[in-house]
Design a protein around this ligand. Structure first.
Ligand code: ADP
Ligand code: MG
Length: 698
């Protein structure tokens, strides 16, 4: 393999390339525009575009595309070539500033939640100069935001950028109170750990459920699952290792900081974690990672499953969103400091997160609500649908001392405990992550939000995180800026905040039944499914929050809710249709042919002599016949119930509820019979690769 530092980022028009290639003035002007978040000047755009094109063509690109992140949760692109005809009939390669800065994809088929339907079908893309352009499959990809004629966001990037700006504004106000006037910008950082499954491609191709829905809709448990814990961190098999090597190289070329890889808990399950970076870049990179994982897998004769629960009965896949706030001077604001004043600042930011998570539990829950993740949250391996926080022993003790609950915070030898004045003790860093069951854990100098599903874009959770923390910081700044005695008021502010919001802190086993009861006593939300969680999105408090920080207008929120609800119902609808097809076209015919063979054998035996025992065949025929009759009945019920879904067509929420309460339940019933049939039918009759083959095949 070539020298890694040499090819790292070789397909990215990154800062280094810009500095090398752009005229000095243009480079400076561009950097300034990016820093200030101002629109780009036309003359600068022209120079940048021409330079980008030359660079891209040198690297084999023939096309360019505005690369955007519509509400489908995956990325979209439409390629245009650089060629421009000239008079003599030949062509030259051109790329103008205008083409770089704005595009107008025919976007009427992307989900808009009704935003564009009424008056204007066009959608626009606008260059996001804070994310680097890159080359993928011979096309120069320009990261862009996607919005409607009226300026409403139609994508996941626009609100993310807006939320980063909101947090920047509020965090700077706080830092100013601490005299940090040298800080010009605060941004959030994210390192998402991505879980996935790898299965043999040829087996994947034989399963309609995997092809159409990304998960298995049937499958009896094999004799061995994950109970031996022998896969987690186990030796990586050569085939998987070759895949990972290839994947890393592809990602490194695109500047993705792929860092760690290991086997996960379930057989065939793996994880890739990058080194953290600025949130919008992390979001771009995670999209690329998911896309390239699937592509590289195909090259290796494998299929990469990103679904949150591809297999019932073994662990599902999540995406841990490691999040922090950082200054342009390189300070991590969630890093406990060395001096009392730094620690006061740290505790203030920490309190802001505690307040934010408690006040907006519902939004955090909604930000991870997908039909796929519903299978995972609250199962044995994943956090429950209840949001709570884990802070670690050291911080816990500090906070207890602040609210005067811990009389003997003795090991610091302090009688008084005051934030903001010189008596605040040094907070030793407690980086150990002792509670793996917590959905929102402080891990030394960042928070790890663990509820996110593996297939989701990380944008939604970070829009929520950035905005809710911005709001808490805003309230703190409002109070402290008025105060003549900031140092002293800090203590009471932190004290009051912790006192008020400590119900969100929980150190025990979040997977336990007792916690569910305890959480109910504490008045925490327990929104078990997507259909139950989504209506909270547009509550007055949430609309007020997003309006205040210019993240979403009410219209944008209504449209997003509509899209989420539709997505929920459509997903279950596709699963149900796939299930029906599999039952009728594959499973029942397979059972019938087994019954037919059994019947023939039994008849032949009897024909030979009445004394020959045909009990096994007879018994099996009886069992299979009654079970398949049951299955058929359930399929008929499912089908009839799906027809009735049209009664709810005009009300997206009612339709989602119907899918959850009726269709989803029908599907579970049908699956139970089919899985039992699988255990009875001879191997060569069963139409699909089994769980055993899928999970242990690679
Ligand atoms: P683990 O023990 O879970 O592997 P690590 O400390 O290795 O934890 O980090 C896991 C993820 O958290 C990595 O993607 C890492 O880059 C990211 N991370 C570390 N520090 C930060 C930070 N300040 N902000 C955001 N993400 C971070
Ligand atoms: Mg983790």
């Amino acid at each position: 393999m070539a020298n890694i530092p040499e090819f790292f980022g070789s397909l990215v028009f990154n800062d280094q390339t810009m500095r090398q290639r752009l005229p000095k003035d243009t480079y400076k002007a561009l950097k300034k525009t990016v820093r200030m978040g101002k629109p780009i000047d036309k003359s600068i755009a022209n120079v940048v575009a021409a330079t980008m094109k030359d660079w891209a063509v040198e690297h084999g690109a023939t096309h360019y595309t505005h690369w955007f992140q519509p509400m489908t949760g995956i990325t979209a692109e439409k390629h245009d070539s650089f060629i421009t005809p000239i008079e003599d009939g030949s062509v030259i390669l051109e790329f103008s500033g205008k083409e770089l800065v704005q595009g107008e994809p025919d976007a009427s088929s992307f989900p808009s939640g009704g935003l564009r339907a009424t008056f204007e079908a066009r959608g626009y893309t606008a260059w996001d100069p804070t994310s680097y352009a890159f080359i993928k499959d011979g096309a120069l990809c320009i990261p862009t935001a996607f919005y409607s004629y009226g300026g409403e966001a139609l994508d996941k990037k626009t609100p993310l950028l807006r939320s980063m700006e909101a947090l920047n504004i509020q965090a700077l106000r706080i830092l100013k109170l601490f005299g940090k006037t040298n800080v010009k910008r605060v941004f959030t950082t994210v390192g998402p750990e991505q879980e996935y499954f790898l299965v043999e491609r040829s087996m994947f191709d034989k399963r309609k459920d995997l092809i159409f829905t990304g998960r298995t809709l049937f499958g009896a448990m094999p004799p061995k699952g994950q109970e031996m814990d022998d896969h987690y961190f186990g030796t990586i098999k050569p085939r998987v290792s070759a895949f990972m090597k290839d994947l890393n190289e592809e990602l490194w070329k695109l500047g993705v900081l792929a860092k760690t890889e290991h086997n996960e808990v379930a057989p065939s399950q793996h994880e890739l974690a990058p080194i953290f970076t600025t949130t919008n870049i992390a979001a771009d990179h995670n999209q690329l990672t998911m896309e390239i994982m699937q592509k590289v897998a195909q090259r290796h004769g494998l299929a990469c499953l990103l679904h949150e629960k591809p297999f019932a009965g073994v662990n599902g896949s999540g995406k841990h969103n490691n999040w922090s706030m950082s200054t342009d001077t390189g300070i991590n604001l969630l890093e406990p400091g060395d001096s009392p004043m730094e620690n006061a600042q740290f505790l203030l930011f920490l309190s802001a997160v505690i307040k934010a998570v408690d006040e907006y539990q519902d939004l955090l829950r909604i930000s991870v609500a997908t039909p796929g993740n519903d299978h995972r949250l609250g199962a044995n391996e994943a956090p429950p649908a209840i949001v709570s926080m884990f802070l670690g022993e050291e911080l816990e003790a500090v906070l207890k001392a602040i609210v005067n609950e811990d009389e003997d915070y003795v090991h610091h030898g302090r009688e008084e405990f005051e934030v903001g004045v010189s008596v605040l003790p040094k907070i030793s860093k407690d980086a150990t992550d002792r509670n793996r069951t917590s959905p929102f854990a402080f891990t030394g100098n960042k928070f790890e939000f663990r509820m996110l599903g593996s297939a989701s874009s990380i944008s939604d959770v970070n829009v929520v995180l950035n905005t809710i923390v911005a709001e808490a910081l805003c309230q703190f700044a409002d109070a402290l800026e008025k105060s003549p005695t900031v140092e002293e008021d800090l203590h009471s502010l932190i004290q009051a905040t912790v006192e008020k919001h400590k119900r969100i802190i929980f150190n025990g086993n979040s997977y336990s039944k007792e916690w569910e009861e305890e959480a109910a006593r504490r008045g925490l939300y327990n929104l078990k499914t997507t259909a139950e969680a989504l209506p909270y999105f547009v509550s007055d408090k949430n609309v007020a929050l997003f309006n205040k920080h210019h993240i979403f207008t009410e219209v944008e929120m209504e449209s997003r809710l509509e899209i989420l609800l539709e997505n929920y119902s459509k997903t279950i609808n596709i699963e149900a249709l796939t299930m029906l097809e599999m039952i009728k076209k594959d499973i029942i015919p397979a059972v019938c042919s087994y019954i037919k063979d059994l019947t023939e054998i039994a008849t032949m035996k009897k024909g030979l002599s009445a004394d020959i025992n045909a009990d096994v065949e007879t018994e099996l025929i009886a069992k299979l016949s009654s079970l398949s009759a049951c299955l058929y009945k359930k399929a008929e019920k499912l089908q009839a119930d799906m027809v009735s879904a049209s009664d709810y067509e005009d009300d997206a929420q009612a339709l989602a509820n119907y899918y959850k309460n009726t269709i989803f339940v029908d599907m579970q019933e049908a699956r139970a019979d089919a899985d039992e049939l699988e255990t009875l039918v001879g191997e060569r009759y069963w139409p699909y690769p089994t769980y055993g083959e899928l999970l242990f095949g690679v």
